[in-house]
Design a protein around this ligand. Sequence first.
Ligand code: NAI
Length: 470
Amino acid sequence: MTDTYLHLVNSGFTKKLAKQLGLPRPTPLRRHRAGEPLVAGPVLVIGLGGQDGASTPQPDADALAQLLAGPVGTDGVRGTLDTAGWDLDVHRHVATTETVQAVVLVLSDVEHPDDLAAPVAALAPVLRRLTPGGRVVTISRAATADDAPAVAAARQGVDGLLRSLAKELRGGATANGIVLAEGVDVLAPSALGTLRFILSTRSAFVDGQLLEIGSDAGTFPADWDAPLSGRVAVVTGAARGIGAAIARTLARDGATVVVVDVPAAGEALAAVANEVRGTALQLDITADDAGQRLLEHALTRHGRLDVVVHNAGITRDKLLANMGRDRWDAVLAVNIAAQLRINEALLTSGDFTDHPRIVSLASTSGIAGNRGQTNYAASKGGVIGMVRATAPLLAAFGGTANAVAPGFIETEMTARMPAVTRQLARRLNSLQQGGLPEDVAEAVAFLASPSAGGVVGQVLRVCGQNLVGA
Ligand code: NAI
């Protein structure tokens, strides 16, 4: 579905008119293209001392800047990083005339809300010089009840700062946060892998989010452009829409992909399988033996199974007062009960044990609720609970379970909405436009990758910072 408004306010006469009338003018987002640099401009790393804070101890900012700037392997560097694949132009200070593509605000050392003042003062003037599609990333620590009150206040304060800043940025720029659990190093592979994802155009529609890094687990891929090389992935509901985009993205990243959908979608499914050079499995995921059949197909055709993406989902909207049992049961059966049954089969099989990954599609409806969607929101809220409780079961194998919660995405599902509702729904996020299936697929591919090994039981929203429930 084309967003005609987005096109009109960015071209020719209508662009001028929109400017004169003061209409909202969303910026078309830049998305990943092979061969482009990770970040096409200077990256400013700001620590507790601001831009001139050499005298302020800021070990995390210093270590990160040193590592990102490379070369690596020198004494005193706490981690290693294949900087050849990053190629960043890292600065600790920029002149007042210089534009900046990304700012990384390292706030992991804060101990009191007062500590935020200097780095924020250093960030503020740079915001006007952020190039279109720019990035602001905070790195902070999770506030816990064990913290001293001032420490917890400072850490939680970063959350509010980040979410508000994301709402202020324009020009397709985003702000997202990385939150380190206690004991996780700022240079942990998953902290760096997440930073890379956020800095890149792969995260174009991820905005105003804070992703927690729960552990030091996670490894760097041998090739950042093919992080899923050698891995076998199953994607359910892959005949069209978001599922087909996920299959394409996982294949692009090197995975061998098994695409799954109901027999009625067999033709479209075969086309996707051909396109990604994978195999197709016609299967209704609500079948009792769906898990066994998935596994058997992956093992006999490809020799292993590493990644399962639970994408298949349905809606049967009705106000609860009018909802028959059939609508409730159908949605719960596909969107959550099938996933639980499949996961159980995988976990007890003994064949899903080499750093396995489960990524489930939730929805912002499952977080914020949506009128007419009690059944859908119950199922998607269920997905969030499921991944949180499944993650520990996979930890012994170096595995993870996470969810991706899309907001308004341009698909056949949203194309069926009434025109006015659709226009409104598109604008109700900080980026003032709908996302594309590729945006969701990029987030899934990131969570399936080796460097996301420390991201466990999380929900990554791909919603442009949807104003509902943000
Ligand atoms: P879609 O309706 O275009 O595609 C869903 C696919 O799942 C279809 O190919 C369908 O045949 C398949 N499927 C349905 N029941 C199945 C079953 N029992 N067994 C096997 N396959 C089955 O949906 P879309 O928009 O691509 O959504 C994909 C996922 O993303 C869903 O889980 C949806 O709830 C979620 N989502 C989508 C949003 C959007 O804006 N489009 C927003 C939030 C979440």
